[in-house]
Design a protein around this ligand. Structure first.
Ligand code: ACO
Length: 175
């Protein structure tokens, strides 16, 4: 595995990684992908709880830079101050793998990698590569016979560096 810069750690998403501590937020990190929208603390916790309740299916990981102490300013305005963990660093990257249960291939499992995001000022430090390596390992450990993802043409070289190859064509239908 590629080593992380000193003070950076990979860990699972936590219940407290919401928008309360805005500079450290998981949701803020996802903004490099698309519009995230306003998500209340309750809504975040409900979605997190769903992931917890399906923790053999949804795996969301983050990379945290522990060199940057979290500002505690956000905690003062939080309605759930006891859920804010002081002294944490800053989330700089995130990614998810969803393990799909199939009938084909003898009830095979397929890993779907989704929502890979590295903060703008942290790109090019191999954090994306490390996120993908970790998600691939999670998929393999949980018995997936393949791991797939959709991406833009621009990101093809990145995913090739991560060991993926072109397969098929992505189709979309937007409601
Ligand atoms: N074109 C060519 N090579 C690239 C590109 C690119 N666009 N991006 C990364 N690489 C190469 C790097 O040069 C590096 O190569 P090296 O090992 O030879 O030095 C290798 O890929 C690994 O790069 P990382 O440093 O790990 O890339 P980074 O941490 O910047 O993460 C990512 C890449 C995730 C695409 C990041 O730039 C990002 O968050 N972009 C915006 C959001 C996005 O597009 N996410 C992916 C959506 S697709 C999905 O989620 C399934």
């Amino acid at each position: 595995q590629h080593s992380l810069p000193p003070g950076y750690v990979v860990r699972p998403l936590c219940r407290t990684d919401n928008q309360v501590r805005s500079n450290t937020s998981f949701l803020k990190t996802l903004e490099v992908l698309t519009t995230v929208g306003e998500i209340s603390e309750d809504a975040f916790r409900n979605r997190f709880q769903y992931l917890q309740d399906h923790n053999d299916e949804y795996f969301t990981i983050v990379i945290e830079d522990m060199n940057v102490p979290a500002t505690l300013a956000g905690s003062a305005t939080s309605s759930i101050p006891n859920l804010v963990t002081p002294g944490r660093g800053k989330i700089v990257a995130a990614g998810t793998i969803v393990v799909e249960r199939k009938f084909i291939r003898g009830l095979g499992l397929v890993g779907h990698i989704e929502d890979i995001a590295v903060s703008g000022d942290q790109q090019g430090k191999k954090l994306g590569l490390r996120i993908i390596e970790t998600l691939k390992a999670i998929g393999k450990t949980h018995g997936c016979y393949k791991v797939i993802l959709d991406c833009s043409e621009k990101n093809v070289p990145f995913y090739e560096k991560c060991g993926f190859e072109r397969k098929g064509v992505e189709m979309g239908w937007y409601v």
